[in-house]
Ligand binder design. Structure first.
Ligand code: PDD
Length: 286
């Protein structure tokens, strides 16, 4: 089946959706994005993704082309047209096409380029990998200083994923000044006893929408949450580790740089948080 994608107001077959070679997203990575999961045909934490989109656009002085209600309608229409039961909706807004290459931003009023498409992923929630967990390596974090803005500038995360693949593992944790910032496309956590430790929010990391929900559920379940930096050595000594993202939800991490974490199998805290997250978010899906 040909996918139907959304481009600047139109729903088109993916082969007919065309963007200019002068688009700022293409030439300058001048654009932001969101990824929202779909479970049972409904959107997970849509309001959170919409709020972060607004923040990313504001930080880059870009105008939001749609209201939250309009975004919701476009997401729902695409999910329906593509018959998505489990999967993701990818949304991207770029600074548009100024008609030439220029470092200066285009004049106000230049229309943004708005693209959305769906990705069907059967078994997203019931992922067998959650039963065995991910292995990760640590690599230096050499990304730019505004990782809190969800830009489409994903070359280094992509290279990190390739370094992980070459090392025969699932992902890479990025390390700056001796401490873990986050995973290539997820937030990173360790667990010591009943305490969940994760880096505090700052410009150093993406403010994960899944992170916010998971930490809220953890506190409600009487788990302790400590938002602070941690090192790779501390991760090796931890009882458990895990990551969160909109597409992986809560995924246990069982090994870092060849060292088993805890028992080397998914821990109770990560497993429980995955269950709670999926239960609660399915109930609140729109
Ligand atoms: N990535 N950190 C980074 C660098 C990310 O790219 C992501 C998300 C996260 C987790 O954020 P959230 O919980 O809001 O998904 C943290 C998405 C899923 C992606 O690029 O596909």
């Amino acid at each position: 089946m040909t996918r139907t994608v959304y481009l600047n107001g139109d729903y088109l077959p993916e082969t007919e959706a065309k963007v200019s070679v002068f688009d700022r997203g293409f030439l300058m990575a001048d654009g932001v994005y969101e990824v929202t999961s779909v479970l049972g045909g409904k959107l997970i934490d849509f309001a959170g993704h919409c709020a972060r989109l607004q923040r990313s656009l504001d930080e880059l002085a870009m105008t939001n082309p749609h209201t939250p209600d309009e975004w919701l309608a476009i997401h729902r229409e695409l999910v329906a047209r593509n018959g998505i039961d489990e999967g993701m909706v990818y949304l991207q807004v770029t600074r548009g096409n100024p008609g030439d290459r220029d470092f200066a931003f285009p004049p106000a009023g230049t229309p943004p380029t708005v693209v959305l498409f769906t990705q069907a992923k059967a078994g997203l929630a019931d992922n067998p990998v959650a039963k065995t967990g991910w292995k990760v390596i640590s690599i230096p974090d050499i990304r730019w200083g505004r990782r809190d803005i969800k830009t489409v500038q994903l070359l280094y995360p992509s290279m990190g994923k390739m370094m992980a693949k070459a090392a025969g593992v699932d992902d890479a944790w990025l390390v700056e000044d001796g401490c873990v910032t986050e995973g290539t496309s997820n937030n990173a956590y360790i667990v010591k006893g009943n305490r969940i430790i994760t880096r505090a929010l700052s410009n150093d990391i993406l403010h994960g929408i899944t992170r916010a929900a998971v930490l809220r559920f953890a506190r409600e379940a009487q788990m302790e949450v400590e938002e602070r930096n941690f090192t790779v050595d501390e991760a090796k000594q931890a009882d458990e580790a895990f990551i969160t993202s909109a597409s992986a939800f809560v995924m246990p991490v069982v090994e870092i740089d060849g060292a088993a974490i805890g028992t080397g199998t998914p821990g109770n805290v990560a497993t429980r948080l995955r269950e709670i997250y999926l239960d609660e978010m399915r109930k609140a899906a729109v």
